[in-house]
Design a protein around this ligand. Structure first.
Ligand SMILES: Nc1ncnc2c1ncn2[C@@H]1O[C@H](COP(=O)(O)OP(=O)(O)O)[C@@H](O)[C@H]1O
Ligand SMILES: [Mg+2]
Length: 284
């Protein structure tokens, strides 16, 4: 359930042009001071991005790192070139590779996650507040210049990843560790509701006040088979912080990294997650 159903869109969304504040594989996000609206990418954009990521994976690590240092600029440029290529070569040709599989998987995970979070988490502090309103045209920076939206989401202060990186560069490792612990606590609250994120990437979580919220429901599942498959993969990961992209962030504080890894390994495994998981008998 969303609040303020049927009321008009907040004035700050319509009184000025909204800036682009983030993007992922499937969406581009624009923000006013307190709210964000999301634009779903077109299939051509998604395919172009998947191809760019596949290419990046094949490049030498050093070059990929340099390209990703300013991700939005350089990767966006690569995506635009790839997209231009897609326009002259028929989509079917690109879709013959397993790009089609990746896109299908992404979409189905996204739809399922969206449905599950709205069913089980709406109104809780675990996701951003959401409001709906009648179709409203908002101006956005860059293509296509405007969007018609029917909902907006509470704007978080930053992604969890950005917050951790900022704290690390300020040397505030104690605070950083607190956020890491909150992240593990949040995950357990999800498990208790029978939800598990197979894409628990730190850019998919946001920070607002003293809470962490899930900003991207893609990858949230309620199927124990999916959870088991993911946890089976987790078992062989020896340094979860590296897997989460925190290698460089925690480079200056190996003790925090090893404490976090130990907590993660002790929690994110099949027996602990199952211990939290609601069982059919719970509802009797
Ligand atoms: N509520 C929000 N407040 C502030 N930034 C957000 C919010 N939701 C998303 N973003 C930004 O947009 C990025 C992409 O959004 P996301 O929903 O994860 O899209 P995708 O499904 O394409 O990954 C996020 O990583 C974050 O930087
Ligand atoms: Mg995302």
């Amino acid at each position: 359930m969303t609040e303020a159903e049927g009321s008009i869109a907040p004035a700050e969304l319509t009184c000025s042009r909204l800036r682009r504040i983030g993007e992922g594989i499937g969406r581009v996000v624009y923000g006013s001071q307190h709210w964000v609206v999301k634009r779903e990418r077109t299939p051509v954009e998604v395919v172009a991005l998947i191809l760019v990521w596949k290419l990046l994976r094949k490049l030498p690590a050093g070059l990929t790192r340099r390209l990703l240092e300013r991700p939005s600029k350089r990767v966006r440029l690569m995506r635009l070139f790839t997209q231009a290529g897609l326009l002259v070569i028929p989509m079917q040709v690109w879709f013959t590779s397993h790009v089609r599989e990746i896109r299908k998987l992404y979409r189905s995970r996204d739809l399922r996650g969206e449905r599950l979070t709205q069913t089980y988490l709406a109104g809780t502090s675990l996701i951003p507040r959401r409001i709906t309103f009648p179709p409203t045209r908002v101006k956005i920076a860059g293509w296509p210049g405007h969007l018609t939206v029917t909902e907006a989401e509470e704007r978080v202060e930053s992604t969890l990843y950005q917050r951790l990186a900022t704290l690390a560069s300020a040397g505030q490792f104690e605070l950083l560790e607190e956020w890491l612990n909150r992240f593990l606590d949040l995950r357990q609250q999800g498990w208790q509701r029978g939800l598990f994120s197979v894409d628990a990437h730190l850019k998919n979580f946001g920070v607002t006040g003293d809470r962490i919220v899930l900003i991207d429901p893609g990858g949230v599942t309620d199927r124990w088979e999916d959870v088991e498959a993911k946890l089976c993969f987790e078992e062989v990961v020896s340094q979860p912080h590296v897997q989460l992209g925190l290698g460089p962030v925690l480079g200056g504080c190996p003790e925090v990294a090893s404490r976090f890894n130990a907590r993660w390994k002790a929690l994110v495994n099949a027996s602990v997650v199952w211990g939290h998981w609601p069982k059919p008998s719970d509802s009797l």
